[in-house]
Design a protein around this ligand. Structure first.
Ligand SMILES: [Zn+2]
Length: 232
C-alpha cells in the first residue's frame, strides 16, 4: 500500500514498542545511570498523562526515563490512568444509554397520554327510533341514517312508539344476531312525554368504520330488534 511510504506501518510500531520495552527492562534492572534528583509526584503524573506542558528537553524527563524508581511509578500511573479512562468511557456510554432510554420513555408516555385523552372523550349521541321498526309498514330505508362514531358514546335511544317501559339490553353486533358482539350495556327506560328513552354508555373505540347492528332487547319478553348501524 502506498500509505506505508508515508506512515509508519504496524510492523514499525511493533518495533518501536519492542525497543521501548527493552529500554524499560534495562532501566528497571538498574542498568542505567539517572542524572539529578527524582522529580516531584505531580511532574510524574503529567508525564504519565503525556501532558503537553512538559518539554522533552526538560532534564527531569531524561531522569524519569533512566531512573528505575521513577519508571516504576510512571508505569503504575499509566495503568491507573488508562483504567480510569476506560471506566470514564464506559460510564459515559452508560449515561448516554440512560438518557436515551429516559427520553424514549418520556416521549412514549406523553404520546400515550395524548392518545388516551383524545380516545377517552365521551361523545353524546342520540338515536331516534321513534318512527323505526316494522310498525305499520314504515319504510326501513330511513334506518340507514343511524350512525355513531368509533368512540366512547353516551347514547340516548328514543325507543320506537308503543315500546314497553322497563329494563333493556342494548348491544352493537356485526350481524343481526348475538354473533360478533362489539359491546353491550343495560339500562332502564325513562319516560319523556309519550316517548320511552334509554341512556347507555357504549365503548365503540375498538370498532372499525363499517356496517353493524344496534339491538335492543327487553329483559322481560326477550324480543330483540335490530337496526342497521353505521360506525364512522
Ligand atoms: Zn528517579
Amino acid at each position: 500500500m502506498r500509505l506505508n511510504l508515508w506512515w509508519p506501518s504496524r510492523a514499525e510500531h511493533r518495533f518501536e514498542k519492542w525497543i521501548a520495552q527493552r529500554h524499560q527492562e534495562r532501566v528497571l534492572a538498574g542498568d542505567t545511570a539517572p542524572q539529578g534528583p527524582c522529580p516531584r509526584e505531580d511532574f510524574l503524573q503529567k508525564l504519565a498523562r503525556k501532558s503537553r506542558d512538559i518539554l522533552l528537553s526538560d532534564p527531569r524527563v531524561d531522569h524519569a526515563a533512566t531512573c528505575p524508581a521513577c519508571m516504576r511509578r510512571l508505569l503504575t500511573m499509566r495503568r491507573e490512568h488508562q483504567a480510569r479512562r476506560q471506566k470514564l468511557v464506559f460510564a459515559s456510554a452508560v449515561a448516554t444509554c440512560v438518557v436515551i432510554a429516559a427520553v424514549i420513555t418520556v416521549a412514549r408516555h406523553e404520546m400515550e397520554k395524548r392518545s388516551l385523552a383524545t380516545n377517552s372523550a365521551v361523545v353524546a349521541e342520540t338515536v331516534n327510533l321513534w318512527d323505526a321498526g316494522a310498525f305499520r309498514g314504515e319504510q326501513p330505508g330511513q334506518l340507514q341514517s343511524v350512525s355513531l362514531p368509533a368512540a366512547r358514546v353516551r347514547l340516548t335511544i328514543i325507543l320506537p312508539r308503543f315500546s314497553s317501559p322497563g329494563r333493556y339490553l342494548v348491544a352493537v353486533t356485526h350481524a343481526p344476531d348475538e354473533n360478533g358482539l362489539i359491546t353491550e350495556a343495560a339500562s332502564t327506560t325513562a319516560n319523556r312525554g309519550q316517548q320511552e328513552t334509554l341512556s347507555v354508555d357504549l365503548d365503540l373505540r375498538r370498532a372499525r368504520a363499517g356496517q353493524y347492528y344496534l339491538s335492543t332487547t327487553h329483559e322481560q319478553d326477550q324480543a330483540s330488534y335490530y337496526y342497521p348501524l353505521q360506525i364512522r
